[in-house]
Ligand binder design. Sequence first.
Ligand code: GLN
Length: 431
Amino acid sequence: MELKVKNYLERIKKENKRYNIFLYLNENAVLEAQEIDKKKKKGRLYGYVFAVKSNISVKGMICNCASRTLENYRAPYDASVIEKIKAEDGIIIGMVNMDEFACGSSGETSAFGACRNPRAFGKIPGGSSSGSAAAVAAGFCDVALGSDTGGSIRNPASFCGVVGVKPSYGLVSRYGLIDLSMSLDQIGPIAKNVSDCSLVLDVIRGKDERDTTTFDSREIKIEKVGKIKVGLLKVEGVDRRIDEMVEKKIRMVAKEKDWEVEEVKINYIDLAVETYYPLVYSEFFSSTRRFDGRKYGRKIEENCKEEVLRRILGGSEITKAEFSGKYYKKALQVKELIKEEFEKVFKKFDCVVLPTCPGLPWNIGEGEKMKPDEIYAYDALTIPANLAEICAISIPIGEIEKIPIGMQVMCAKNEDGKMLSIANEIVGDVC
Ligand code: GLN
């Protein structure tokens, strides 16, 4: 472990400037590795080096959410997921870049400069867990943790050509996560292959008294998949080349494995983006009230960038008493409808397959000229899983114009193990 950590640190020190991935490096990592190397009995994550999104608390490390608001904020305790990783001898090598407070899909909204895409230099790495996906793609760590509220693990995993998992809502504790939207957030792993994601997910899952949404789950492990029925979801507005690549891939794998593939329709998912934003604006507005600059950090409204401010102001407006029942409650009702639709679909199908992103990543810097709606539309295919509380994974399936393309596989709530097993058969181990 010591040598591995040293190699990673050396590579990071040499190449991080090019990619702007790490915001904070753990200078104790080598010492920690030496201690673990000496242990007689090693944990399940022995040999795994982690990068952590800068909104997940790691004791003593800077957890700034890529915002000036929390610029020098050091987490005073470990998030539940970090406690679990440390208990199994995983090493945290540092904290990585992201969209400010996880608001974004490109990585461009970080207060510390956009992070670069190691697989398609000059293009956005996707977001908001930009640094997490980029760190894995650049070979700066074995696994990274990200958070996914509307696609923030899957979208950058897709653009950076790696595997990213959004677990079922409640599978993983969010205690210690600086939240974007409590009713949608999940923490999940990003790695080069499905089996590493599976191992890490099994370690970090589980009921936690400090997050009441968590539930007792089954062990997560990759198993052989028998004959299954795949629902192929075609959504309007997707780049035709991406659509074709996903369909071709799943039909080819299904033929080999004797799986059944049938096109599936899911009602109301065209309303997903419109449903998501009132929920996020309202919950984000409420959760940011603690960043008033009195106890720690700075006052958020005076120190954040445009997108975060838009959501705070928007959230304060739509949660006013005179709008009661109009935005937030309506959005919750549609969320419920979408959830029910997926429940119906999973009675008939084992999984649903679709692209991760509807288009290719844009050039870094272009996002500043795009309208919010255009950017929000990039999450049209990932948001439905968050609203439905189900699990979803993005796996790399090829390239278009030398840019990685991701396919999503979705399964019912608490079927994360089955989803990983199916994804593993589709992609095989990437490395
Ligand atoms: N891009 C979406 C948003 O800006 C998703 C963010 C996320 O999943 N954290 O809200």
